[in-house]
Design a protein around this ligand. Structure first.
Ligand code: ATP
Ligand code: MG
Length: 420
């Protein structure tokens, strides 16, 4: 029986990989310009890391994590997001003792058990940025970086939404106001939200059920209940964004899917992907590092979904495979063996060269050379070998010249400008 990949977990075939590499290289270049350094974190972590940081009553932790016991019955989870791991690594390696270690990025696969559809998969990839600096300027910088990156990729029509989630001080009084409102409409909430109303009412803003969304349009919002500190902090963030020429919409209903956010949150939205309208999102998280046993350092960051980026890039530029320059066609066992050696040596010397391994006719080999885009072909048969030469054919004009086998590597490297 044929074994296929798991639903929602996709292969990325060679023809697409060029685009992935291109997007990643743009990310690496721009993030480096902004002072971010790459960190690579594990794909597998202890389950409690995510349960504690993302929040027990979030969709991710309640329904979407791939969790299983290992052979020692330790519960492990395939990471659903990167922030928790970056913070864990920062704490574990005491990076706060190194002042130059404050800004990080990481790129890689994430896993969430969601209903697969266009732009939503069970294994997907994120580009993630985190900065551990406590200032509204950093919030603005990170948002600006997100927009610069999307602009560099020519992603059209991005709409930036921002909000403030306040802090522990303003959330408590707000929770009371929200709970009062929710008590009045409780029988019209979906089953999940009836439960959330008592455990974590803020989560109801993130419910995807249309009737809940409608009810929440009239709900009180945190933005109207910010304490003085949070209000002035939000004003600073907006001020810095304006100073950078960033255009944004304030969206008081946006809460994001993770519990650890405080103060600034944001999302980059697109009108071109239907329901999967978030290209990236993030925000500030003030208490997370302390919760994970580290110093009380604030963080702010974002995650961009690679697959959604690539859907938006469809048909646009992106790293073609380098075309083969030379093809070695050989006829007969001896010539084939000589050709095989020649090919490996030229590759070792940085020439992109290909050959035929299946003893096909010369005509078939030339056709293949043409398909691969080779500009030149070396032809070797028994007659040529006996004379100590090979034929060098220029594909475009169809002209051929004899080249002595003695010194052929140097001659070819010279021809392709690969000699130092
Ligand atoms: P959504 O509201 O679309 O579920 P989210 O708020 O759960 O998104 P985040 O946790 O903020 O997403 O992750 C950041 C980005 O990662 C999203 O903006 C999106 O581009 C991408 N992303 C999230 N979940 C998926 C998924 N299942 N498949 C593909 N991309 C995803
Ligand atoms: Mg989600």
């Amino acid at each position: 029986m044929k074994i296929t990949a798991i639903k929602g977990i996709n292969d990325i075939l060679p023809d697409e990989v060029g685009k992935w590499q291109w997007v990643e290289s743009v990310a690496r270049r721009i993030f480096a310009n902004f002072g971010f350094r790459e960190i690579r974190i594990p794909i597998l972590e202890k389950t409690e890391l995510f349960a504690r940081s993302i929040g027990e009553s979030t969709d991710i932790v309640e329904k979407e994590m791939y969790t299983f016991p290992d052979r020692n019955r330790q519960l492990l989870t395939l990471r659903p997001e990167a922030t928790a791991s970056v913070v864990r690594a920062f704490v574990q390696h005491q990076l706060h003792l190194q002042p130059a270690m404050r800004k990080f990025y990481t790129i890689g696969p994430m896993f969430r058990h969601e209903r697969p559809q266009k732009g939503r998969y069970r294994q997907f990839h994120q580009i993630n940025v985190e900065a551990f600096i406590d200032d509204p300027m950093i919030d603005a910088e990170v948002i600006y970086l997100l927009l610069v990156f999307l602009q560099e990729l020519n992603i059209p029509d991005i709409d930036l939404h921002i909000n403030s989630m306040g802090c522990v001080d303003c959330r408590q009084p707000f929770r009371i106001a929200l709970s009062e409102y929710l008590a009045g409409v409780s029988e019209r909430l979906c089953q999940d939200c009836q439960r959330r109303r008592l455990t974590n009412p803020l989560r109801i803003f993130d419910c995807k059920v249309e009737s809940c969304r409608q009810l929440m349009r009239d709900a009180p919002v945190l933005l109207d209940h910010l304490c003085d500190d949070c209000r002035s902090n939000f004003a600073s963030v907006k001020g810095h964004l304006k100073s950078l020429g960033v255009i944004f919409t304030i969206n008081p209903h946006m809460v994001r899917g993770l519990d650890y956010y405080t103060r600034t949150t944001f999302e980059a939205l697109t009108p071109h992907l239907g329901a999967q309208n978030a290209v990236g999102g993030g925000g500030r998280y003030d208490g997370l590092m302390k919760i994970l046993g580290g110093p009380d350092l604030s963080g702010t960051g974002f995650a961009i979904g690679m697959e959604r980026l690539l859907l938006l890039l469809a048909g646009k530029a992106g790293g073609q495979q380098h075309p083969i320059r030379l093809f070695v066609a050989s006829l007969g066992a001896e010539a084939q063996s000589r050709g095989f050696q020649l090919v490996q040596e030229l590759r070792f010397r940085n020439l992109l060269v290909e050959m035929d391994y299946e003893s096909r006719s010369l005509k078939a080999q030339l056709r293949r050379a043409d398909k691969l885009g080779a500009t030149h072909v070396i032809i070797m048969g028994e007659n040529e070998l006996a004379k100590g030469v090979a034929l060098l054919r220029e594909m475009e004009v169809g002209s051929q010249e004899e080249v002595p086998l003695d010194g052929i590597v140097e001659k070819l490297l010279q021809k392709f400008d690969l000699v130092m």
